[in-house]
Design a protein around this ligand. Structure first.
Ligand SMILES: [Zn+2]
Length: 260
C-alpha cells in the first residue's frame, strides 16, 4: 500500500521540484569525451547484505562503475558536476567547500571559484592540514558561520549516526542563499533501514551484520536509505536533479539552499 502511494508522490515531485537532465547528452560533462566504459563495482557480498534486486544492483553498478574514458569521472560524479554547473555562479569570489574530496571532481571545482578541500582523519586535530587537505569532521566543522557559497559532499551521510547534524552543520557554514549539493544512495522501493547504532557510551552496536562501502571495505554502513529519507529531504524547498529517473533511479543529486 505504502509503495503504491509512493509512486503517486513521486509523480507529484516531478512537477514540483524534480529536474531531469541527461548528463551525457553532449558527451562527458567534464571533458566532452564521448567514449564511456562500464565496470562492475557492487560485489555479491554487498548486494546480498543490502538485499538488492538484480535491477537495483545494475543501477548502482552503473552509478558507480560507468566512467568516462577521457577523464575517468564516474556517472555519480558527472551528475554532481551537472548540478554544480547548473547552480553555481563561477567567479574568483565564489567560495566552494568540497568535503571529503570526491574522486576526479577537484579540477572541475577549481574552475568554479576558490576551493577548500577536506579529508577526515579522526586521529589528527580538526582544522590541521593533512596531505594538503584540511582535516574536518562534517558534524563538527571548524569554519565560522556563513563562509561558503557552495558546499559539496558525496556518499557520506549513510556512514554517520547523526546525519542530520552533518546537514545542519553544512547549512551553518553556507552564506545566506548558499547551496548544498550532495549525493546519498537511496532505494526507492523500501524504507530506511539502520545497520548499526550507538549505545549510551557511544560504542557501535550492530543491529544487522556489518556491511561496508569502499574498495577495501573501509567505510562501515550505518544507514541504508529508502523512500522516507527522500520524502523527508524533499519536503521543504529542497530540490532534486535526476539524470533519467525512468532509466536509472539511483543517479541523482539532492540540493538544499540556505534561505537568503
Ligand atoms: Zn570525461
Amino acid at each position: 500500500m505504502r509503495v503504491q502511494n509512493l509512486v503517486v508522490n513521486q509523480q507529484c515531485y516531478m512537477f514540483k521540484k524534480y529536474q531531469s537532465c541527461q548528463i551525457d547528452r553532449k558527451g562527458c560533462i567534464n571533458c566532452g569525451c564521448d567514449q564511456f566504459s562500464q565496470k562492475s563495482v557492487i560485489d555479491t557480498e554487498l548486494a546480498e547484505c543490502w538485499g538488492l534486486s538484480i535491477q537495483e544492483r545494475q543501477w548502482l553498478d552503473e552509478r558507480e562503475g560507468h566512467y568516462c574514458l577521457g577523464c575517468k569521472m564516474t556517472k555519480r560524479v558527472r551528475m554532481l558536476l551537472w548540478s554544480i554547473k547548473k547552480l553555481s555562479r563561477p567567479s574568483e569570489e565564489f567560495k566552494v567547500l568540497h568535503l571529503n574530496q570526491t574522486n576526479n571532481l577537484s579540477e572541475a571545482l577549481r574552475k568554479v571559484g576558490q576551493l577548500t578541500e577536506t579529508t577526515y582523519q579522526p586521529k589528527e586535530p580538526l582544522g590541521k592540514t593533512v596531505g594538503g587537505l584540511l582535516n574536518q569532521d562534517i558534524c563538527r566543522l571548524t569554519f565560522r558561520n556563513s563562509q561558503f557559497d557552495l558546499v559539496i559532499h558525496s556518499e557520506i551521510l549513510e556512514h554517520l549516526h547523526d546525519y542530520q547534524q552533518a546537514l545542519s552543520e553544512v547549512q551553518r557554514v553556507l552564506k545566506p542563499g548558499g547551496i548544498q549539493i550532495y549525493t546519498v544512495p537511496i532505494l526507492f522501493s523500501r524504507i530506511t533501514r539502520r545497520r548499526s547504532k550507538l549505545d549510551d557510551i557511544k560504542r557501535t552496536i550492530d543491529v544487522l551484520p556489518p556491511s561496508f562501502h569502499g574498495c577495501e571495505r573501509e567505510f562501515p554502513v550505518v544507514w541504508e536509505f529508502g523512500i522516507d529519507f527522500f520524502e523527508e529531504k524533499t519536503n521543504g524547498d529542497d530540490q532534486i536533479h535526476f539524470d533519467d529517473y525512468w532509466y536509472n533511479q539511483t543517479v541523482f543529486t539532492l540540493i538544499k539552499i540556505k534561505p537568503g
